[in-house]
Design a protein around this ligand. Structure first.
Ligand code: GUN
Length: 289
């Protein structure tokens, strides 16, 4: 029998979208999010479609800019310059992964900090590093923090083991948890005796991209488990980076896959876009914006 309470990201994100819709309705003009896509990637297309659908639901305009995978770095940087300078656009994201001939870091750093709604640029990641969780911070970790808030458990002093050191999830999340006074351990593919570490954790975040790696005997009773993974099994079903059925018999809180972290990521991207629009510099070209 399942003991764990479910952190229902789908429901929490839907409630957040309702609140954000009211916020957008009260704005003079709708926020505009530019999504840059380079080349063909089926998963990216699905993610971008989800972002567009959620944005439309709350009145955010999502403009997708598609480029061929043969585009050179300079040409892409020039297109980003145009988006940076366009006062009608409030938020910019470059969907990852990018084709290997492009230097992703150079490209992400080129987005104006005030429009960097993924929070991957140097300014916004630096702010996080200096101890501030607010502003334009990465969407998936922000969504995870919201889910942790839902447990009403104090985070201060808890031991959190984050499995995965990606720029999108592991690193910014570890920093956010540290900023919330957790004791944080970042584990990765070279970590030794991982199971011994996760067994001690009050919070385990699985963001390793390995289907069902974290099993029931990897966690202690009453832990909180956040599963960031989304993998397709041979039978076509989706699974996370944890074995949900085993863990849910032991832990106090757990996220389902799908319907846990995924919808929260999209909601936090929209929240960041609204934030960017509310804090945008006013245009001085007399166009009314
Ligand atoms: N690819 C996978 N996750 C993300 C994300 O959060 N933002 C962007 N831009 N690309 C991604």
């Amino acid at each position: 029998m399942s003991k764990a309470k479910i952190l229902d990201g789908k429901k929490i994100a839907a409630d957040l979208r309702l609140q954000m819709k009211a916020q957008v309705d009260a704005m003079d003009e709708p926020p505009i999010l530019a999504v840059v896509m380079v080349g063909e990637n089926e998963a990216s297309r699905i993610y971008v479609r989800n972002k567009q659908k959620a944005a439309a639901e709350i009145g955010i305009i999502c403009q997708v800019y598609e480029f061929s995978d043969s585009i050179g770095e300079n040409a892409l940087l020039q297109s980003l310059d145009e988006l940076n300078e366009n006062h009608h656009i409030h938020g910019i994201i470059v969907q990852q992964p990018l084709p290997p001939h492009l230097n992703a870091q150079n490209i992400l750093r080129h987005i104006s900090p005030s429009k960097d709604v993924d929070g991957f640029g140097l300014y916004n990641s630096g702010k996080l590093m200096s101890g501030e969780n607010g502003g334009l911070a990465a969407a998936t970790p922000k969504g995870i923090l919201r889910l942790l808030e839902e447990t009403k458990e104090p985070l201060s002093g808890k031991l959190a083991v984050v499995i995965g050191r990606s720029q999108i999830v592991g690193r910014p999340l570890a920093q956010m948890l540290l900023n919330m006074d957790c004791t944080v351990l970042i584990a990765h593919s070279k970590t030794k005796n991982l199971k011994e570490l996760t067994k001690q954790a009050d919070i385990v975040v699985a963001a390793c991209g390995q289907p069902q790696m974290v099993k029931g005997d990897w966690v202690k009773d009453g832990a909180i488990v956040i599963d960031v993974g989304i993998n397709r099994k041979e039978d076509g079903k989706l699974c996370g980076d944890t074995v949900f059925d085993e863990l849910s018999e032991k832990v106090s809180w757990i996220t389902p896959v799908p319907g846990g972290v995924g919808p929260m990521t999209v909601a936090m991207l929209l929240e960041n876009t609204i934030y960017a629009a509310l804090h945008a510099e006013k245009c001085c070209c007399h166009c009314g914006h």
